[in-house]
Design a protein around this ligand. Structure first.
Ligand code: NAD
Ligand code: WQD
Length: 336
């Protein structure tokens, strides 16, 4: 069975990745410093799959301890999820974001080079697209002009990976996620951030379970279908299916080729904030309270992708509806 290093494997998206890898016959090995997750996730992965994956509580910035993992295993590929991801916090603490995300990734890449494991699937983000262009975003669109340090770290690492393709023969699949939502069908793993969530659906869920009073809708006078912001929400299980297809793509590629292949992972359609609230009300059978607030700095009115490249090249297409994703998030929140 092939060993896959999963950085950030106890996090929201990474834990779904670990489950899918196990179910597809791979052996995932997790490295996570637990800065935004907990060991409990490992128990839940075991409940779902029957297997407790090898786990190392290591910070990617700790080169020596990270190297000990490379010494122990022969890795087929790396899925690199580990990242500090709060956009607002990144503006308050830019140095922490540069250090955690860039230094951590550099250590990882250096060890990959040294131990001759050069296949990587990188968790990039829609945020790297230059917003000068209107959506749908296509992989060939311009990137850069990032508006916060989080986005800058994604943009910089994409570019560093391009260098490593050109000069160190890395094979990179760079996945630009749109807005991941939903939870595993067991409802044992999902997204439940500490404190007040930054992202819309986790915020709505905290209102639904009574932990927050009302959803704050950041503006209702955009030029969108109902004035509120529109996003391309993608179920985390579809997103992870995209990673398995990407892994297959890397494994099938010739050893002596190297590439930086970019794919958008999104549905291609946009849902507004008011629609998200409305769908949630329908699912839970009661009204979800909200109030209109001013625009949030840096927000785009609308963001969605053209997902056709992933369909053509990887044979991947999102299957799960937004309503089902909201239902899964709700069930996960009730069960936790
Ligand atoms: P998450 O915070 O739930 O998971 C990230 C994990 O990385 C956490 O478990 C955290 O403890 C770990 N981590 C952070 N810094 C680390 C370090 N220095 N060393 C070791 N472990 C470290 O986030 P997520 O939503 O699962 O995101 C996974 C990836 O997807 C991230 O790279 C994120 O930037 C990217 N992404 C997420 C979204 C989203 O909306 N969730 C959208 C686009 C891209
Ligand atoms: C969605 C919509 C808000 C919260 C962010 C990052 C991006 C990516 C995903 C990692 C917008 C509105 C939100 C709330 C609201 N992360 N909203 N009230 O802004 O698309 O992207 O997370 O790469 O980099 O910027 O997602 O969920 O924060 O917002 O009205 O309490 O909901 O204005 O229109 P966003 P989001």
């Amino acid at each position: 069975m092939k060993n896959i290093l999963v950085t950030g494997g106890t996090g929201y998206i990474g834990s779904h990745g670990v489950v899918a890898l196990i179910e597809s016959g791979y052996t995932p090995i997790i490295v996570d410093n637990l800065s935004n997750s907990s060991k409990e996730v490992l128990e839940n992965i075991q409940k779902i799959t029957g297997i407790k994956p090898d786990f190392y509580e290591i910070d990617l910035r700790d080169y020596e301890n990270l190297e000990s993992v490379f010494q122990k295993y022969d890795f087929e590929a790396v899925l690199h999820f580990a990242w500090a991801k709060a956009v607002g916090e990144s503006s308050e603490k830019p140095f922490y974001y540069y250090e955690n995300n860039i230094l951590g990734s550099l250590n990882l890449f250096e060890l990959m080079e040294q131990y001759d494991c050069k296949k990587i699937i990188f968790s990039s983000s829609a945020t790297v697209y230059d917003s000068i262009k209107s959506p749908p975003f296509v992989e060939t669109d311009m990137t850069g002009n990032t508006t916060n340090p989080y986005g800058t770290t994604k943009f910089l690492i994409e570019n560093i990976l391009k260098d490593l393709v050109n000069h160190k023969s890395f094979q990179v699949v760079n996945l630009r996620y749109f807005n991941p939502v939903g939870a595993h069908k067991s409802w044992l793993i999902g997204e439940n951030p500490n404190g007040i969530p930054n992202n819309l659906l986790p915020f709505i869920m905290k209102v639904v379970v009574g932990e927050l009073p009302a959803v704050q809708v950041f503006w209702d006078d955009y030029e969108t279908k109902d004035g509120t912001g529109e996003r391309d929400y993608i179920h985390v299980l579809d997103l992870i299916d995209g990673h398995l297809k990407a892994l297959n793509f890397i494994e099938k590629s010739q050893e002596n080729t190297w590439f930086f292949e970019v794919f958008n992972l999104g549905t291609g359609s946009a849902t507004s904030v008011k629609e998200m609230i409305q769908f949630t009300s329908e699912i839970i059978g009661r009204e979800v309270l909200y109030s209109i607030k001013p625009r949030r700095t840096g927000d785009l009115p609308s963001s969605f992708c053209d997902p056709l490249k992933a369909e053509k090249v990887l044979g991947w297409k999102a299957q799960i509806s937004i309503k089902e994703a909201i239902e899964d998030s709700y069930n996960f929140m009730k069960k936790r």
